[in-house]
Write a protein that binds this ligand. Structure first.
Ligand SMILES: Cc1cc2nc3c(=O)[nH]c(=O)nc-3n(C[C@H](O)[C@H](O)[C@H](O)COP(=O)(O)OP(=O)(O)OC[C@H]3O[C@@H](n4cnc5c(N)ncnc54)[C@H](O)[C@@H]3O)c2cc1C
Length: 449
């Protein structure tokens, strides 16, 4: 079989699309990325992403080695504990996480905006901002043409949908695929991290990931995000010379727009929110989060009161129904575009990265003449669909991310809450169960399936 050099069109400059673009570039494959947002800093009000071994492995495989080092240097300080607390800040469970021993086998705290700036580095000429994909045409000569809202087009050999939950490519390619609301709504906020706000948190909460299992069906999660740079963008004292040199030489730092903060997300069943919640922003949204948490510990309420109103974001949680395999072609999908999942297990981005690395390997094999491009896509899809939809199912079953979770029922909810707290309490107190819980925390996103 003769080698061909495909031109790959990627729709969406998100986590998965940009990781794939790097991998293809490294392999010398021509790639263009089309992103609807107008600039590199638009559209990403954000929350923390937990990148585990699966995500880090994919990034290491696709990124140039020096950019992977920048990724590691730009992560926030890793969590030391996984805590479960009540709404009154009483500790239900606390698991000691592993210290960072290597660059890949660890849990990393990443800000979405920072990750995007890392992934854009070196791809400036390949990413086209302000290009909203509208539809595609598959041509008889085997090429595929993407059409954009500005009237422009682009033609290549493969079109990859990396355009997230509301994928326009998926709507055309797999119109029968079902994305549905999971029935919960999150309000995500960022609280500037100061000596005062840090002092509001118990020691282990200040150094970990903390789930709040609140009475009355209101949940929360807190992540303390501490970066190696200060508010002015200067490297903090105590940062190693190697990291300081990497960060000073990284052109993405001025675009990150992200400083030390406490990510505070409050969520509940959609029934608890007003019908116009998705239109609310700023102070109104913070006020709503404070109303939902009126019985919470005054320190948690003070944190919400001190949150940056401009960071407040309503998120309607979505999930997907499994899609039966289809006949592969010159259009394919990765990440949320095919398997949107709830944040229940914190693996959506990890799975998008895993897809990107896998698809990249397959396209490289096609470029090397080992298989046709359509066979490469078929091999990718045959592997991706089972693990992708397994993650969707696990995520929906977790931590009250489905609106039909018993936690949100009027009477039974109280029992469900006591059961959940008892479960975590036992897991953290029995050494064997504690060890297994921590092992699962790291290996769940592994590539066993
Ligand atoms: C609250 C919350 C917490 C989460 N926490 C975690 C976590 O801890 N760990 C984890 O692994 N995952 C987590 N996730 C999931 C994670 O955010 C997503 O799964 C991941 O970002 C998906 O990446 P993607 O590349 O598929 O899509 P995205 O990163 O969403 O990128 C899609 C891109 O496509 C662009 N686009 C959309 N439509 C068009 C169009 N028509 N034309 C051109 N461009 C378009 C968008 O602007 C965007 O840039 C969380 C999700 C939520 C909601």
């Amino acid at each position: 079989m003769s080698a061909t050099a495909p031109h790959v069109l990627i729709v969406g400059a998100g986590t998965g699309g940009l990781c794939l673009a790097h991998g293809l570039r490294r392999a010398g494959i021509d790639v263009s990325v089309y992103e609807r947002h107008a600039t590199r800093a638009d559209g990403l009000l954000g929350y923390r992403l937990g990148i585990g071994p699966t995500g880090s492995k994919a990034l290491r495989e696709c990124l140039p080695p020096e950019l992977f080092d920048v990724f590691v240097a730009t992560c926030a300080r890793g969590p030391s504990y996984f805590n479960v607390v009540t709404e009154r800040l009483r500790r239900t469970a606390s698991f000691t996480l592993r210290p960072e021993t290597d660059d890949v086998n660890t849990e990393r705290s990443v800000a979405r905006m920072v990750l995007r700036q890392v992934l854009l580095t070196g791809l400036e000429d390949a990413v086209h901002f302000g290009r909203t994909f509208t539809r595609y045409e598959q041509r008889d000569d085997g090429t595929v043409t993407a059409h954009f809202a500005d009237g422009g087009t682009a033609t290549g050999d493969l079109l990859v949908a990396a355009d997230g939950t509301h994928s326009a490519v998926r709507r055309q390619y797999l119109p029968h695929a079902v994305v549905r609301e999971a029935g919960t709504i999150n309000i995500a906020t960022r609280v500037p991290l100061t000596a005062h706000t840090r002092a509001l948190l118990p020691e282990r909460v200040a150094r970990g990931i903390s789930l709040v299992f609140g009475a009355g069906g209101v949940m929360g999660v807190l992540h303390v995000m501490e970066f190696k740079w200060d508010r002015r963008g200067d490297i903090k004292p105590g940062v190693s010379d190697a990291d300081a040199a990497l960060l000073r030489g990284w052109p993405g730092l001025p675009h990150t727009n992200t400083h030390d903060n406490i990510n505070f997300i409050v969520w509940s069943t959609a029934r608890r929110f007003p019908p116009d919640v998705m239109q609310l922003r700023g102070e109104e949204l913070v006020r709503l989060a404070r109303e939902l948490t009126r019985d919470w510990h005054p320190r948690l309420r003070e944190l919400l009161a001190r949150s940056d109103p401009g960071s407040a974001l309503p998120i309607k949680v979505s999930t997907t129904e499994p899609v039966a395999p289809w006949k592969s072609s010159t259009v394919t999908l990765l990440g949320d575009a095919i398997h949107t999942m709830t944040p229940g297990r914190g693996v959506g981005a990890n799975t998008a990265l895993r897809d990107a690395a896998l698809l990249c390997r397959q396209i490289r094999a096609a470029a090397a003449g080992e298989k046709t491009l359509v066979q490469a896509v078929a091999d990718y899809e045959a592997a991706m669909l089972p693990y992708g939809f397994a993650r969707v199912a696990d995520s929906l079953a977790r931590s009250g991310t489905s609106g039909s979770d018993p936690l949100y029922r009027p009477v039974i909810g109280r029992l469900a809450l006591l059961g959940a707290r008892a479960y975590f309490g036992v897991q953290s107190r029995v050494p064997r169960l504690h060890r297994r819980f921590v092992d699962d925390f790291y290996t769940y996103r592994g590539e066993d399936d």
